[in-house]
Design a protein around this ligand. Structure first.
Ligand SMILES: Nc1ncnc2c1ncn2[C@@H]1O[C@H](COP(=O)(O)OP(=O)(O)OP(=O)(O)O)[C@@H](O)[C@H]1O
Length: 576
């Protein structure tokens, strides 16, 4: 029952007026219906005993009947309007709550395929649908109880027993079928994600060139076809299951309908009971046979929605990391010290550790380089320092004047390997680095110049992204925008992870000079394969298979004649 209380609280707070209208109109449905039925009985009785009543009395009874009919249609219109408004509120609330939750989760959890599936399952809930099904269920139940009371009152106990038995049987079957269907749907969710991914590869601008050049189209298409048909078979299973249940219910209901009407005709036909009583019982029986399928449908939808509510709640209850408190308002520009002690890290999807027993201290204002083979763990360590992942073992701390800094959000000047290419105006692309400066045109232009982006980014309001009718940029031009974005944020730590991979030699040199200049007073880390850059930093850490194998200044490592010296000599020889 926790779901109903959650919904009542949610809709009451988010859209009080529509919520009250919806609940009132829903619960008025049954009293209005019975008022209509009894008014009809009254009119029929008056007509049957015509002589006993005045025409004025007959007229007032007919007007009363019409009044109930009008109230009924007004009630259902008001209910429809409030339902539409609550549906919109519900769609927004669901999307919003899932987005907010995702933004608070640890990066490792967001990447976890099981949690991705959980998120997709959570998205299938309709909050208003669940409220509507609950109210529908309660209203239907109250209507059924009233019908049972009326039938019992007029002596049709055996009909009541048969109806109750059939109903309980059908509810049980529908609950069983809903569980089965939901299990099939869960299996489908991850295959739907693969289908969407393959379709994206086949049509996306960034992938289509390689797909065409390598002639991968047929291979990918066949993979897509296989998964699609597997998925299609599961869908068929669902349809067959549901239709068999529907068919059996229709057969039972039609049979029951025939039996009850026959009983009614036989019992009342030969008796001296009033025509009004026959009319009301006949209509009540008709209502019963509208009500039974409606209760069953409602019950099955409610069972599915409640399962989806559980999935939604299990996503919303996922544990959030403590360090990412998201409060970016406490920005400061102090240079910080980074301490990494006995750190080990394993990605959830990997069986072995990516980083093993890392120990390092980067003092305030130092410039550091991380170098090493591909896949040796440099970027992973950067992400741990940024607080994007939590260590499996050990600790990473930022220390500002002897005090540990918990909030790392917004206090970093960073260029990632995979940076955002925002298909929005140039202004917004840069201002991502520090949104408070979005309208400071002179500052935006200064950072564009620093990043060598001022030649092509002449107008801050130029829209980017051909998909949306904007301009496209080359890989290097996008990278220059990412640098400009980083320059806009003062921060207390600078991290450049392969910031120059797509730049021409002149721009690369300029970017490196800027990195060195920015690092005059700021703690800075550069991750690079261009070892000449490492010459100018205070200390170099060389990574191999997730461990730091060498550490020192450029000259110390050259003198050591270890792996760094070999790599440096090899790279230098390529330029001779
Ligand atoms: N999100 C992830 N989930 C699982 N494994 C990952 C993830 N990201 C990286 N890895 C694995 O962790 C290892 C280290 O990757 P990382 O990106 O840290 O290396 P790197 O030293 O920065 O490499 P490069 O020089 O190529 O950028 C690799 O084996 C990679 O496959």
């Amino acid at each position: 029952m926790s779901d109903i209380f959650y919904l009542l609280k949610l809709f009451y707070h988010k859209d009080k007026r529509n919520f009250i209208v919806f609940c009132t109109t829903s619960f008025l449905t049954a009293p209005i219906l019975f008022s209509e039925l009894f008014a009809t009985k009254h009119v029929v009785d008056i007509i049957q005993n015509n002589n006993d009543y005045s025409y004025q009395y007959i007229l007032s009874a007919v007007i009363l009947l019409m009044l109930f009919l009008y109230i009924g249609s007004t009630n259902s219109s008001l209910k429809a309007i409030s339902s539409t408004n609550l549906t919109i509120t519900s769609i927004f609330e669901l999307e919003n709550s899932i987005l907010m939750k995702t933004s608070r989760l640890a990066l490792a959890d967001i990447e976890d395929p099981l949690i991705k599936t959980k998120r997709e399952m959570a998205k299938r809930l309709s909050l208003f649908g669940l409220l509507d099904q609950w109210t529908g269920f309660i209203v239907n139940l109250l209507t059924l109880i009233t019908i049972i009371v009326v039938l019992s009152y007029y002596g049709f106990y055996y009909l009541v027993i048969i109806v109750c038995f059939v109903l309980i049987l059908q509810l049980y079957i529908i609950k069983w079928a809903s569980r089965k269907v939901e299990n099939i749907t869960q299996n489908q969710t991850s295959s739907v994600r693969v289908i969407n991914y393959l379709v994206e590869i086949l049509v996306s601008r960034s992938t289509i060139q390689e797909v065409r050049t390598y002639g991968m189209h047929h291979f990918l298409y066949n993979k897509l076809k296989n998964i699609f048909f597997k998925n299609f078979k599961q869908m068929q299973k669902k349809v067959i299951l549901f239709e068999s249940v529907n068919l059996s219910q229709n057969i039972i209901n039609t049979l029951l309908n025939g039996v009850t009407i026959t009983v009614l005709v036989v019992v009342l036909g030969g008796s001296s009971k009033s025509a009004g009583l026959f009319v009301i019982l006949f209509q009540i029986i008709n209502q019963l046979f509208i009500l039974i399928p409606s209760i069953i449908k409602n019950f099955s939808e409610l069972a599915v929605s409640r399962m989806r509510y559980k999935e939604y709640m299990s996503y919303m209850m996922l544990k959030e990391p403590e360090t990412l408190d998201g409060n970016s308002s406490i920005r400061n520009n102090n240079s910080i010290q980074v301490q990494v002690n006995n750190l080990s890290f394993r990605y959830n999807s990997n069986s072995s550790e990516t980083l093993k027993n890392i120990n390092l201290t980067i003092n305030s204002g130092e410039r550091i380089a991380f170098v090493g083979d591909n896949g040796s763990g440099k970027t992973t360590l950067v992400k741990l320092i940024l607080g994007l992942y939590n260590p499996t073992k050990g600790i990473v701390e930022w220390v500002d004047n002897g005090i540990v800094v918990n909030n790392r959000v917004g206090n970093i000047r960073v260029v990632f390997q995979d940076f955002i290419k925002l298909y929005r105006p140039i202004r917004e692309n840069i201002a991502l680095g520090n949104i408070e400066k979005i309208n400071e045109d002179s500052n935006l232009k200064i950072v564009l110049e620093k990043a060598e982006a001022d030649q092509f980014a002449t107008n801050l309001d130029t829209l980017l992204g051909p998909q949306f009718g904007g301009n496209d940029l080359s890989g290097g031009q996008w990278q220059k925008l990412a640098l400009a974005r980083a320059y806009l944020n003062e921060g207390n730590l600078t991290i450049f992870d392969e910031p120059t991979a797509a730049l021409d030699p002149y721009s690369e040199q300029k970017a490196f000079e800027t990195f060195v200049k920015l690092g005059d007073k700021k703690t800075s880390i550069i991750v690079t394969h261009r070892l000449y850059m490492a010459k100018f930093v205070d200390r170099i850490y060389l990574f191999e298979n997730g461990e730091i194998v060498e550490c020192g200044t450029h000259q110390e490592l050259i003198d050591k004649k270890g792996k760094y010296e070999k790599m440096y000599t090899l790279q230098s020889s390529l330029y001779l």
